[in-house]
Design a protein around this ligand. Structure first.
Ligand SMILES: Nc1ncnc2c1ncn2[C@@H]1O[C@H](COP(=O)(O)OP(=O)(O)OP(=O)(O)O)[C@@H](O)[C@H]1O
Ligand SMILES: [Mg+2]
Length: 500
């Protein structure tokens, strides 16, 4: 047993985040931790990594009781954690980040040759390809994650904890990451993976813990279980299936005409013409990085196109601000919740009425009406089962998935004719994802238009009445519900052509 947590209990104020949890990790094992949003997964791992102190309970590393006051203490005992928000220095190189604070030196000077040799050796040993002299600011997310892993390995970590590492990655990068985990385990490292993606669990886990409401509710060996059973253990019931009635489309509520965006010397969007009619969910399928994010920001007004138009409810809004577009009837679940979606240091009430703060009944003649706002925030929390102590909690105190639920709830409940959903269920557990999917379908039934941009292909194919395929900034295909040829769709997403 490489580590053991015994009877760990953790309170945040009155919130019981971990309730008498006892878990362990064996050497060379890949352990997965699954559970609903707010189940306490991140908390138990933060305790192991010295980021949080337990209210009671014991930590043992290789049989010895230890106390971690901070992550450096945990690191000194061989425990490393890949955080969701990377902690790298943008202006330093890959190699400099990896050896940071532990630089090989010759006298007082940095020994550059030794640094490069050490970094290259690590990168080869664990098959983590990097360019040691590239600057972090020029590295895509997948590569940054590799640098984080190498940094932990350079510090001789024996235990590596990953908290939802795949949420930010493209499917190809996810494949590579899962392969890396297997290589690391084969090399004797011990891995903990927190994830909501049960297919990832079934691909790499040796053993799985399931958590619910702060408690450990099950332990399974991979061979003994299935995605179905894990889903059941997580939410306590089987998912309901829903019949989707045939589409009844109304007028076009959102359209783009030959939208183009030329940026950093290339055409990120080329003459993109799409339309979403009332009563319709339209999906954009594509491998991340093919212009979807730019399409999102041009439609929302965060970025101006170099050519073409955006039409909202028949009106040309190409040169209107984000604020005006919202006023005219566009809501938006943003891909990046924390950059655009919500204010971490604000209360749930403040976050709930964002963009409504000038409206009745929340604002009367220039005065905010606290009671109405609190009531409204309370109703979102209840309807979307956001796990929080109340409207006065700070958004930053919620678990990752619950913060996202609140932002999604706010945008869906704007009741606008047009809703743009970008990765609406990223980081959200299976039960809550079903709920959000239902809310999207309810909007459709009311006759509103929904544009869905998602890297989860199954989310796109389940919900969409029509699907556009995007590749290198262009629309390269279109499918109607019921006529989706998955093979052709996959091929188009990768830039292939379909023989006529
Ligand atoms: N800093 C904090 N202050 C107050 N409460 C907190 C804090 N961090 C977490 N909590 C609460 O502890 C509980 C467990 O949160 P945790 O982040 O461990 O959940 P999780 O299982 O990681 O969920 P998710 O899948 O959404 O990431 C939640 O109810 C959360 O609101
Ligand atoms: Mg978490």
């Amino acid at each position: 047993m490489i580590f053991e947590l015994r009877n760990i209990t953790k309170y945040y104020g009155d919130t019981l985040a971990n309730d008498d949890i006892s878990i362990h990790l064996n050497e060379g094992e890949i352990l997965c931790v699954v559970g609903e949003n707010g189940a306490g997964k991140s908390t138990i791992m933060k305790i192991l990594y010295g980021l949080e102190q337990p209210t009671s309970g014991e930590i043992l590393v290789k049989g010895q009781p230890v106390r971690f006051r901070n992550p450096s203490d945990a690191m000194a005992h061989g425990i490393g954690m890949v955080q969701q928000h990377f902690m790298l220095f943008e202006s330093l190189t890959v190699a400099e980040n990896i050896v940071f604070k532990r630089e090989p030196r010759r006298g007082p000077l940095l020994d550059k040759k030794a640094m490069l040799a050490a970094v290259s050796e690590l990168s080869e040993r664990y098959k983590l390809k990097i360019d040691p002299s590239a600057r972090i600011e020029n590295c895509p997310v997948g590569l940054r994650q590799r640098v984080e892993i190498l940094k932990i390995l350079y510090q001789n970590a024996e235990i590596i904890v990953f908290d939802e590492p795949s949420a930010v990655l493209t499917p190809i990068e996810v494949e590579a990451l899962l392969q890396t985990m297997k290589e690391l385990a084969a090399a004797g490292k011990s891995i903990v993976l927190i994830t909501h993606k049960l297919n990832e669990v079934m691909a790499v886990a040796d053993r799985i813990y399931v958590m619910r409401s702060g408690k450990l509710v099950a332990e399974r060996k991979k061979e003994e279980t299935s995605t179905d059973e894990l889903a059941y253990l997580m939410v306590g019931h089987h998912p309901a299936t829903r019949e989707i009635p045939p589409v009844k489309t109304g007028e076009t509520l959102l359209a783009t005409e030959e939208l183009s965006l030329h940026k950093d010397g290339r055409d990120v969007l080329s003459k993109v013409s799409i339309h979403v009619d009332g009563g319709e969910v339209v999906g954009i399928a594509g491998v991340s990085g093919n212009g979807q994010s730019e399409l999102e920001s041009v439609i929302n007004g965060l970025e101006a196109p170099t050519g073409g138009k955006v039409l909202l409810c028949g009106r040309d809004v190409t040169h209107e601000s984000v604020h005006t577009r919202r006023e005219l009837g566009m809501a938006h679940i943003s891909e990046d919740r924390f950059l655009w979606g919500g204010a971490v240091s604000g209360t749930l009430s403040e976050n709930a009425i964002m963009a409504k703060e000038e409206r009745e009944p929340y604002n009367h003649k220039g005065f905010l009406r606290k009671k109405k706002i609190t009531e409204y925030a309370g109703s979102l929390i209840e309807r979307f089962s956001v796990k929080a102590s109340g409207p006065d909690s700070l958004l930053g105190e919620l678990s990752g998935g619950n913060a996202q639920k609140l932002v999604a709830a706010r945008e869906i409940m704007m009741e606008t004719p047009v809703l743009i959903c970008c990765e609406p269920t990223r980081g959200i557990d299976i039960g809550a994802s079903d709920f959000i999917h239902n809310e999207i379908l309810n909007k459709r039934e009311k006759g509103d238009a929904v544009l869905l941009i998602s890297s989860e292909l199954s989310e796109i194919t389940t919900l969409s009445d029509r699907i556009y395929v995007m590749f290198e900034g262009k629309i390269v295909g279109e499918f109607n519900r019921g006529a989706v040829d998955e093979k052709a769709l996959g091929l188009l997403m990768l830039g292939g052509k379909i023989d006529a």
